[in-house]
Design a protein around this ligand. Structure first.
Ligand SMILES: [Zn+2]
Length: 445
């Protein structure tokens, strides 16, 4: 490691080959070597000995609604990227809604990149949006570096981002496939949602009944059929219904190019525990029963579900009313996702290596960020330093999110992020942040 500027040493470094005692050499923001724990430190290099704290690759969260510009009272690049850094995330990919403008043209992408440039504490990339009337914009957006395109199959919740019916889905998907792009889909079927009982009001059971599993299952079956027909590459966002798992497993066995994510809230919170009126737990699709949750964990373990992302989608507190029908749907979890998932994972007998696979390696792979997602030579020196056996109790006031509304309030979680590193620089340690050092990322072929 003769050229190393920095050496991070820990008895527990999570590498693609497993966890081991190691010294990680860093130069010019890149990992140059992963060596034995007691490897000699070159003169001039700074040694940071982390003791028994775990060194893991910075998480890559490919599903975040930053809402900047336009709805910055909900969140913004400054607050979102600080919260992410505090939670061990070093890369996020921003959803094309609920900012104004949405990321549906190259001009709009440029607007968003300008806004994000000076505020990004971590690396930031962008998804584009596929709307009924922007097929002509998809290729230019792809060439401008978005990581793929998001579409809704049912109303999105904001009027500037209309959903696609099956014909328009086919048209957009054919166009995206023509240039080798990726379509990521909010899969709930609008007809099943229309047919479900819509009572409104504060009862969680009524809300759950209004977003039934078969709405997800049907939309996913239709998406699989379209992907198969067009040999397209598709990704199912925020899977909640475990009933869709057999369909997905079969599609994967058949060679359909489909990947699937789920979210910390589906994996750690259950319908049974949501108090009536508590719309901080509202998201679409909804948090379902604990038996459903068990099957999602099984699917993560067996690879039917590929990865875990936050779907951080906050709003101001006044939009979180006690009427589940009209309250804003979205859960705020950026800063807490690692601890929430790790807490439940360890209870279920999974290791931190699994969490890293689901929240860093596989998400980096999803968006083709080969320089992220693992501690090995040649990758970016992005790390989280975690004390996995330490606990903390979630205090909303201690969160960096712009709005401190959280479904995790009062929960005691395992896993304290001691520091987070981006390209070899410590960007946060014990709640103290440096100036923003994030870069804007674009897709590379
Ligand atoms: Zn979302």
């Amino acid at each position: 490691m003769s050229d190393a500027e920095l050496v991070l040493r820990s008895t527990r470094v999570i590498t693609p080959e497993g966890t081991r005692a190691a010294s990680v050499a860093v130069s010019a923001g890149k990992i140059t070597a992963v060596l034995g724990h007691d490897a000699e430190v070159p003169s001039g290099a700074r040694l940071v000995d982390l003791g028994d704290d775990v060194l893991l690759p910075g998480l890559v969260d490919t599903h975040v609604h930053v809402n900047d510009p336009g709805r910055t009272e909900w969140e913004g690049f400054w607050t979102a990227t600080r919260a992410a850094a505090a939670g061990g995330i070093t890369t996020l990919v921003d959803m094309p809604l609920n900012s104004l403008p949405p990321t549906t043209t190259v001009d709009n992408l440029r607007t968003k990149q300008e806004v994000a440039a000076d505020k990004a504490h971590i690396d930031v990339g962008f998804w584009g949006g596929a709307l009924p009337d922007n097929v002509k914009d998809l290729r230019p957006l792809h060439e401008a570096g978005v990581f793929g395109f998001k579409a809704f199959l049912s109303p999105s919740g904001v009027e500037e981002f209309p959903h696609l019916d099956q014909d328009r889905l086919a048209r957009s998907l054919a166009e995206i496939t023509s240039f080798g792009g990726l379509l990521i889909v909010h899969a709930e079927d609008p007809h099943h949602l229309d047919a479900a009982p819509q009572h409104g009001g504060p009862r969680y059971a009524d809300f759950l009944a209004s977003r039934p599993r078969d709405a997800e299952d049907t939309a996913i079956a239709q998406l699989i059929a379209q992907a198969k027909r067009l040999h397209a590459r598709v990704h199912v966002l925020h899977l909640s219904s475990s009933d869709a798992l057999p369909l997905i497993a079969e599609a994967k066995r058949d060679g359909v190019r489909i990947t699937v994510e789920t979210c910390p809230h589906y994996l750690t919170l259950t319908a049974e525990e949501v108090p009536d009126g508590a719309s901080e737990f509202k998201c679409c699709p909804p948090i379902r029963e604990s038996a459903n949750q068990d099957l999602l964990w099984q699917a993560l373990a067996d690879g039917t579900v590929d990865c875990v992302v936050t779907d951080h989608s906050p709003s101001t507190a006044d939009l979180k009313t006690d009427d589940f029908a009209t309250a804003w749907g979205g859960i705020s979890g950026l800063q807490l996702s690692l601890a929430a998932v790790w807490t439940e994972a360890r209870r279920r007998g999974h290791g931190l290596e699994d969490v890293v696979r689901w929240m860093s390696a596989r998400t980096a792979q999803l968006v083709g960020l080969d320089q992220k997602g693992a501690i090995e030579a040649g990758r970016d020196a992005d790390f989280a330093v975690l004390a996995p056996d330490e606990t903390f109790t979630v205090d909303p006031a201690a969160l960096q999110h712009r709005n401190r509304v959280t479904a995790y309030a009062g929960k005691t979680l395992y896993g304290v992020v001691k520091s987070t590193w981006l390209r070899g620089e410590r960007i946060v340690a014990d709640g103290e942040f440096t100036d923003p050092k994030g870069r804007l990322l674009t897709r590379t072929d």
